[in-house]
Design a protein around this ligand. Structure first.
Ligand SMILES: Nc1nc2c(c(=O)[nH]1)N(C=O)[C@@H](CNc1ccc(C(=O)N[C@@H](CCC(=O)O)C(=O)O)cc1)CN2
Ligand SMILES: Nc1nc2c(ncn2[C@@H]2O[C@H](COP(=O)(O)OP(=O)(O)OP(=O)(O)O)[C@@H](O)[C@H]2O)c(=O)[nH]1
Ligand SMILES: [Mg+2]
Length: 455
């Protein structure tokens, strides 16, 4: 995961400590430390510094009172060959909340040791050149991953999938820039500039095509955020019943009173390793009051932003099924003819991609529906190859790079060598913000804020 492009930055002087193993009681809790005074702090609590990178059992005591706190496994990772690049240690203590609190209090009593902020270990790893920003983002996603597909995508990014691609793109820009600048240097000699520029163009055109393809690919965001599947329909069609049946738990209130659901309800689904969010909404009709009207407004907003809308229809109601919604951009509407235990599903469905008969009450047809949902999400989220861009931050920076490159190519004949080179330089700079190779002080808070304490 090492990453070469980071400029030297000021070294941290504080020593930080935090629980890295999560909150709440557990069998074992891992307390991590990083910074220049880790060695002293460990010696103060454990009485000695164990041999590097070996687990050693030690009795921990509060240096202020001598009170024994725990019998713990202690690990010492001298820098720079550590996860953050600084001196680090781990105290693997018994996981009781009071044990953790007492050990942390004893650590914070040591000179120069303070609680870590969110993501501060990762931030230091980045600042010390141990990983790129794109890799840090992959690690954050790995910790948040709920499904197998999210885990695979996050792992690829944590292992440099995007960072490597961005470095290759930057390499192509730098080669183009060198050729264009050769023109600047040899401006006196007539044919060199024209030749050098001509050599640069095909590579830059291919690069722009690659950037545009990466920008057009939305699968990564879909995997990270999960597909949004909205359940919509008339009041009493059985939307909330369907939600409960698909989620296999009692998420939403069900009643024979039309207009039961007002708030938008969400559950996360794992469809064959793909994440989806199922969204139950208020039944659509002429609202009978301000609360219901607000519920319907919220319902329509979520339907408009969905990747798939399940229009739930009460099969007991005769007549043509007409979903009272427009198909959201890039999305599909499926008709789910519910209450198949009461009546057969109609077969005509104008405007809907497909029709599925189910009974939320008996469970009939739910297996087929779940299978179809899994296939839909799998198709949208793509196959085994990992997309390059999964976050808006990454998309924004690559989009900026593509814009500069497009300007350079569009002005190829009209612009001076200096101006073409300048656009290429700005494009390279924008790409540098993806990995954090340059110019990212302003980004660090944004990136690391979403991490947890102890990461
Ligand atoms: N107990 C524990 N488990 C953990 C972590 C941890 O910090 N503590 N990690 C938390 O993220 C992950 C492992 N990540 C790590 C990454 C680098 C180094 C490290 O010491 N790197 C050195 C030496 C490498 C080597 O000897 O091969 C280096 O890169 O120079 C350690 C852990 C997952 N499991
Ligand atoms: N027979 C039968 N009844 C069902 C089925 N699904 C739901 N119901 C009943 O239909 C009624 C309405 O169900 P809900 O799930 O609350 O309907 P809804 O679409 O969420 O209704 P609103 O929230 O009011 O828009 C309840 O009495 C359910 O028990 C089904 O498959 N078969
Ligand atoms: Mg409902």
């Amino acid at each position: 995961m090492a990453h070469a492009g980071v400029a030297a930055r000021t070294l941290a002087t504080d020593t930080i400590a935090a629980v890295s193993s999560g909150t709440g009681a557990a069998a074992v809790a891992v307390i991590r430390l990083s910074g220049p005074r880790v060695g002293e702090a460990v010696r103060a609590l454990a009485g000695r510094l164990p041999p590097p990178r070996r687990a050693s059992l030690a009795r921990l005591a509060d240096s202020r009172t001598g009170e024994g706190l725990d019998s713990a496994l202690v690990l010492w990772f001298p820098g720079p060959a550590s996860a953050t690049g600084e001196d680090m240690a781990e105290l693997q203590v018994h996981g009781g909340r009071a044990v953790v609190a007492a050990v942390l209090a004893a650590l914070f009593a040591q000179p120069g040791v303070r609680p870590a902020e969110r993501g501060e270990f990762s931030r230091r790893a980045f600042l010390n050149g141990r990983m790129s920003l794109a890799e840090a983002e992959g690690l954050a996603d790995l910790i948040a991953a709920e499904t197998a597909q999210q885990r695979r995508q996050a792992l690829a990014h944590a292992f440099g999938h995007l960072a490597d691609r961005v470095e290759a793109w930057r390499g192509a820009l730098v080669r183009g820039m060198a050729l264009v600048e050769a023109g600047i240097d040899f401006a006196e000699e007539d044919d060199v500039p024209a030749q050098a520029r001509a050599l640069a163009r095909p590579g830059l055109e291919a690069l722009l095509a690659e950037l545009d393809a990466a920008l057009a690919d939305r699968r990564g965001a879909m995997v990270r955020e999960g597909a949004a599947i909205a359940i919509a329909g008339r009041p009493n069609a059985g939307k909330s019943s369907l939600m409960n049946a698909l989620a296999a738990r009692d998420v939403a209130i069900v009643s024979d009173e039309p207009g039961t659901t007002r708030d938008v309800l969400e559950v996360a689904l794992d469809l064959d390793g793909h994440k989806a969010t199922l969204i139950d909404t208020a039944g659509l009709r002429e609202a009978s009051g301000a609360v219901e009207a607000e519920g319907i407004r919220r319902a329509r907003a979520r339907i408009d932003a969905a990747d798939l809308v399940l229009w739930v229809h009460d099969a007991g109601i005769a007549g043509e099924i007409v979903p009272d919604i427009a198909t959201p951009p890039g999305a599909e509407i499926w008709v789910v003819a519910n209450k198949s235990d009461l009546a057969a599903a109609p077969t005509t469905t104008p405007g809907a991609a497909r029709i599925l008969a189910v009974s939320a009450r008996t469970g009939a047809g739910l297996g087929a529906l779940t299978g179809a949902l899994a296939a839909f999400v799998a198709a949208r989220a793509g196959g085994a190859e990992h997309p390059a861009l999964i976050r808006e931050r990454q998309r924004g920076a690559v989009g900026e790079a593509a814009d500069h490159l497009r300007r350079a190519l569009a002005g190829w004949e009209a612009l001076s060598d200096e101006l073409v080179a300048e656009e290429l330089r700005l494009a390279a700079r924008a790409l540098g913000r993806v990995t954090g190779a340059i110019d990212v002080e302003d980004l660090l808070d944004v990136v690391f804020r979403e991490f947890c304490i102890g990461k």
